[in-house]
Design a protein around this ligand. Sequence first.
Ligand code: HEC
Length: 200
Amino acid sequence: MEHFSAAKNDNSLTSGSMLLALLIIVMLLYSKITTAEALSFSPYVDKSGNISLPKDFRTSMTHLGSWFVPEGTASGFHDVYTEADSVRVYRDTGKFPDGATLIKELRSSTSADYTTGKNVSYATGDIKQWFIMIKDAQGRFANNPTWGDGWGWALIKTSNTQKSVTTNYRTECLGCHMPAKKTDWIYIEGYPTLSMPKKQ
Ligand code: HEC
């Protein structure tokens, strides 16, 4: 009798630990999947929706176009970049894909006379700041006031490229982007690279 009950106890112990092991495996798999999901959305966004400046974007991304602002605090060149893949998707569909990154870099400028003409403007090495928008087609960060209207919105200063200073995109960004509402808040006319090239 004693022998039997001991064997029974052993069995229940084994199935108990097997269940525990199974539970741990399931939990590990689940956390792997959710991490992979977060990573595949954007490498520049953390779990809470904080946006950081992509490293080396000038060499790894495509230059979409530049604006030249002649005066005021935003004066200088505004150079805009996105991923080469985002350009391809935009050319095919007319939309930015989920996770697409748009970076606008503000550079100071100066001008001089060149063999091409007088008063030719060019960008200096002096960077003022960066504006970033990250496409979010799923409304992932509903409770974060720097996300909404299909994008994550960030202003990054040169003092800390890991942290956006934006606290509320509605008051700090959206008003100025109203004229571009119909084109998903992007001033598309400045980015000829997004259209298929005409015959060259
Ligand atoms: C003073 C008005 C103004 C404010 C404030 C503003 N933007 Fe813009 N933004 C513009 C204009 C106009 C352009 C395109 C022309 C230019 O750069 O001069 C632009 C372009 C951009 C671009 C390049 C892609 C595009 O939309 O054409 C990004 C990215 C961007 N803004 C992000 C932001 C973010 C993020 C904020 C808030 C933190 C913000 N902007 C606040 C006016 C503004």
